[in-house]
Design a binder for this molecule. Structure first.
Ligand code: CMP
Length: 140
């Protein structure tokens, strides 16, 4: 597998709890390159677009009010098999089921407010990066 990019964003509670450094250091320790990082005010509209695939699901409204109208911190990471490597460092969606040693397993309990989002495929990365990093070009 060649080098690939992935997108991660830290949900508002991770920022409020002062976990930016602790979480970022896990990706750096693993050897992933931090290609870009920024703090963004995620509007409700951005959150609805970002999570449009979940529209209509029972948790959609709670998800949008958890991440929308709040500050998030987003990263673009690069490395060998970055998408699957980052998802294993992040852990299962439900922090109750996430293995100890993963980010959600170590820091979270709430399923909606599960601290962090990571792209699940190259297609998701391309869609998500166009929303949070519209200036990003794949030649970076
Ligand atoms: P994330 O990785 O950002 O992608 C979709 C988000 O929806 C997920 O993390 C959770 O925040 C939320 N989510 C997914 N499944 C559920 C669920 N069953 N109940 C509540 N929230 C969920």
């Amino acid at each position: 597998m060649e080098e690939e990019y992935t997108l991660v964003f830290l949900k508002p509670s991770a920022i409020k709890r002062g976990l930016i450094g602790a979480i970022l250091s896990r990706f750096e320790r693993k050897g992933l390159e931090v290609v870009s990082i920024k703090s963004i005010y995620m509007t409700r509209e951005m959150a609805e677009e970002f999570y449009s695939v979940h529209k209509g699901k029972p948790f959609f409204e709670e998800l949008i009010s958890t991440v929308g109208e709040n500050k998030i911190v987003a990263f673009i990471l690069k490395g060998r098999s970055a998408i699957s490597v980052v998802r294993s460092l992040v852990g299962a969606t439900d922090p109750v089921k996430a293995a100890p040693g993963t980010i959600r397993g170590d820091f979270g309990l709430d399923i909606t407010d599960n601290l962090i989002h990571a792209s699940d495929s190259p297609e998701s990365f391309r869609r998500e990066v166009s929303i949070l990093f519209p200036e990003f070009k794949l030649t970076n």
